[in-house]
Design a protein. Structure first.
Length: 153
């Protein structure tokens, strides 16, 4: 595509790059791209969406969605037990943190799954991982998400 092409949209391309790294409920979040490409939004719309995502982890969370802190911890433990290499699990509010033994058995690495969707459980999650190549964080997050969705439905 030529930069002089009338359909060239650098904002849409930039939003697409953001889109690839955002995860929500196991599916790629398309908020920013939909705003720009799908309905002809403005740069301000993208900024609002980005600001909302930046503020999400700061949103106060309370266990009022039918899942107690103990039940959430049990969901995390149950998901962790499905993968032999997971050696520990602990929960801090709506964030589950896991430690995984490396395939070589020489070291360990960690990841966390944040289920704070603007103060509520919805099944959406955000993963931070020390090992971007592993599928373990996504598998555990999906199992927990399914449990949460079943409980709040």
């Amino acid at each position: 595509m030529d930069i002089f092409d009338k359909d060239f949209n650098p904002i849409g391309i930039a939003a697409g790059a953001v889109d690839v790294v955002a995860k929500a409920g196991g599916a790629v979040a398309k908020g920013a791209v939909d705003v720009v490409c799908g309905i002809g939004g403005t740069v301000a719309d993208i900024g609002n969406q980005i600001q909302r995502n930046i503020n999400r982890p700061k949103t106060p969370f309370s266990f009022e969605d039918g899942i107690s802190q103990e039940e959430f911890a049990q969901m995390a433990d149950a998901a962790a037990k499905t993968i032999k290499r997971v050696v520990s699990c602990r929960c801090d509010g709506p964030i589950a943190r896991f430690t995984v033994r490396s395939q070589s058995n020489i070291s360990e690495w960690g990841f966390s799954v944040d289920f704070n969707a603007w103060g509520h459980f919805t099944g959406q999650y955000w993963i931070k991982s020390d090992n971007a190549d592993s599928k373990i964080p996504g598998a555990i997050a999906e199992r927990m998400s399914e449990s949460i969705k079943a409980r709040i439905a």
